[in-house]
Design a protein around this ligand. Sequence first.
Ligand code: GUN
Length: 284
Amino acid sequence: MTARPLPGAPAAEALLAETAARAARLPNPPHLVMVRLGEDPASVSYVRGKDRKAREVGLSSTVHALPETTSQAELLDLIARLNADDAVNGILVQLPLPAHVSEQAVLHAIDPRKDVDGFHPLNVGELWAGRPALRPCTPAGILYLLDHYGLAIAGQRAVVVGRSHIVGRPLAALLLERDATVTIAHSRTRDLGAVTREADLLLVAVGRAHLITPEMVKPGATVIDVGINRVPGEGGGKAHLTGDVHPDVAEVAGALTPVPGGVGPMTIAQLLANTASAAEMQAS
Ligand code: GUN
């Protein structure tokens, strides 16, 4: 068997089109402001991609590219000004931050109504309470992708591998909200393969290349690979990106997201959808 591929692009295009239509109904284009510190190449590239897509769907986008040496007080001062500015609907501070800045202090400082990442503790609490709130982009984008391809969630045995605050935990909360039976596995899980083999829906967000091998997957399962790992080319060849799921899993799984080009595009599309949601909430 070869798994059905689940490319992100068609699902992301559908979500972007919905967002463009929502943006057009608002009196002003939803305005996303992104802040990054330093020149980490991955962060520079992510923020550039989000900025470009935002404009494509008719949003306004502003990027504050600050020096790595920006103090925590200066960053908090900028956030306070963005919170107070009615012309700003969504605020995203790109992670990771330099070591001298407390991620917690920054995430707490963002107005929860403008928190398009869904990382503020108020929004985290609302998510686990099953109430409406801005939802973290990668997990919400994954649910959109599953729905787009008509893959069942309710009643499914879902195993999330990884317990990060950005992906694993909120993803588990969203799956639970959609009536999946959810297990969270992690680096201390004993006999990981025995747990993952139970999954009808296996979602992997660990950041370890090829952690999931074919014998760890139930035949016919849907596998969502959130990992993006840069691995050196063989024999000094060009580095390339690969997922947390071994490519041979395609011989066992029923459906599988590619890396790159699977979950990645969903994160950006969901961020822009969240920015439209924030603008709608603030307008009402
Ligand atoms: N860095 C990696 N992923 C994310 C994300 O979803 N949001 C922010 N703010 N930073 C990130």
